[in-house]
Write a protein that binds this ligand. Structure first.
Ligand SMILES: [Zn+2]
Length: 416
């Protein structure tokens, strides 16, 4: 075989002893990003003319660069290989299919390598994120996306995040990222301009929203959008999921300044998953004529699996029914009574989700916030919060949903 660089006959290896010292990290990058027409490197130009005579393509140079990176004797050689795989193809983002397996296999090693700079690790993470986005692996996307930062070193993380925000139809964010990229980087300006144009076209409806290619992937994607609270077309063929707060009529707020005779105090427990609170449990206490009469309790199988179960047990949710199957039972249970909440501003979005996911247009009940009622009719407090109310009347907040709903009953009864 011949030396990759000077063409001298070799017994083994890819580079001769003369060329070996010239293979530096930067040289590898140079080769990876090499332009056939304008090599810009003396050492390389001879081989390029040889390669182009044989019909060489830019991608060949990237492969040469990756092979060269193999002979760099440094702790950074894996990163160099990954970055070489990323370096060419300015028209696309991320590494190509052939280098993908290597990236996915070696990414962790890079992330844990103390010889790499923060921004280099960030680049590797961004390239991995791109693979997840490309493969519609939304759970994995969620686990990684908040780790990606935008700095002045690499353009790729900008393109990867743009791709993500374009897909989830957050065009404001997608535009913002591209504008920053345009400001900070001279490289690939033409592509940045093109992406800016594409984003604006999608924004104005000239170009359609991005969607995955087949039905199953679409369903998964729409479930993901729904979890993010983003509007989309349809969930499945039979039922349209109400996806946005805008699909709901506003809550009817209880306007009187006395404690209702009959009411239902409730507490919705949520778990957190990527910017969103997911309702997982509903507890309620029915009060008739001031006396506790009946309890309601239900777990929900969440639409998306929370990162971690902190407030309820995982198996309780996994064995539960989806919201749309069981929330109607609560509507029956509450029988049009006033729903009482301790701090409705915090429970509002969860209650909205229960209503929306049950395919209802509005909540038939009126909602009363105990904190608001105290504020309206009592001057006893400097500040009106859940904590100040509980403290004054020495009521324990409770640890689970049922106890919290019960604490709500105890507090509102103080006003009767
Ligand atoms: Zn050589």
């Amino acid at each position: 075989m011949k030396c990759l660089m000077c063409g001298k006959e070799l017994k083994e290896g890819v580079v001769c002893k003369t060329c070996q010292p010239k293979v530096t990290e930067n040289f590898c990058y140079e080769v990876a990003g090499c332009d056939v027409k304008d090599p810009g490197n003396e050492l390389w130009s001879e081989l390029i003319s040889d390669l182009t005579q044989k019909g060489g393509r830019p991608s060949d140079f990237k492969r040469y660069a990756i092979e060269l990176a193999n002979i760099i004797e440094s702790d950074r050689s894996i990163f160099v290989k990954i970055n070489c795989a990323n370096k060419y193809f300015p028209r696309t983002t991320g590494v190509d299919g052939q280098s993908e397996w290597f990236l996915m296999k070696k990414a962790d090693e890079c992330i844990n390598n103390s010889k790499l700079k923060k921004e280099e690790k960030n680049l590797v993470n961004a390239l991995v994120l791109y693979v997840h986005i490309k493969n519609y692996e939304w759970e994995k996307v969620d686990a990684l996306i908040e780790k990606i930062s935008l700095d002045d070193t690499y353009l790729e993380p900008y393109y990867v995040l743009w791709e993500y925000y374009k897909r989830i139809r957050n065009y404001d964010k997608a535009l913002e990222i591209l504008k920053k990229a345009k400001e900070k980087f001279d490289e690939n300006l033409e592509k940045t301009e093109e992406l800016l144009k594409e984003t604006e076209e999608r924004m104005s409806g000239v170009k359609k929203h991005w969607a995955p290619p087949n039905t199953r992937m679409k369903d998964e994607f729409f479930a993901y959008l729904d979890k993010l609270g983003i509007e989309h077309e349809t969930m499945n063929n039979s039922k349209k999921l109400k996806t946005s707060q805008k699909d709901l009529k506003p809550f009817n707020i209880y306007k009187n300044t006395d404690v209702p005779k009959d009411y239902v105090a409730f507490w919705i427990t949520s778990e957190f998953h990527f910017k969103t609170d997911i309702p997982v449990e509903l507890s309620a206490v029915k009060v008739v004529n001031g006396d506790v009469k009946e309890y309601f309790h239900q777990f929900f199988k969440p639409l998306e699996t929370p990162k971690a179960y902190k407030n309820v047990k995982k198996e309780d949710c996994e064995n539960a029914q989806p919201i749309r199957n069981v929330f109607p039972d609560f509507i029956k249970f509450s029988a049009g009574q006033v729903l009482v909440s301790l701090g409705f501003s915090e429970q509002k979005s969860s209650l909205g989700r229960l209503v929306r996911y049950s395919l209802m247009n509005e909540l038939p009940n009126t909602v009363l916030d105990v904190i608001q009622l105290f504020e309206d009719i009592s001057d006893d407090f400097e500040i009106y919060t859940r904590e100040s109310l509980l403290a004054k009347y020495k009521v324990k907040e409770g640890k689970n949903g049922e106890e919290k709903a019960m604490a709500t009953v105890k507090l509102i009864e103080k006003l009767r």
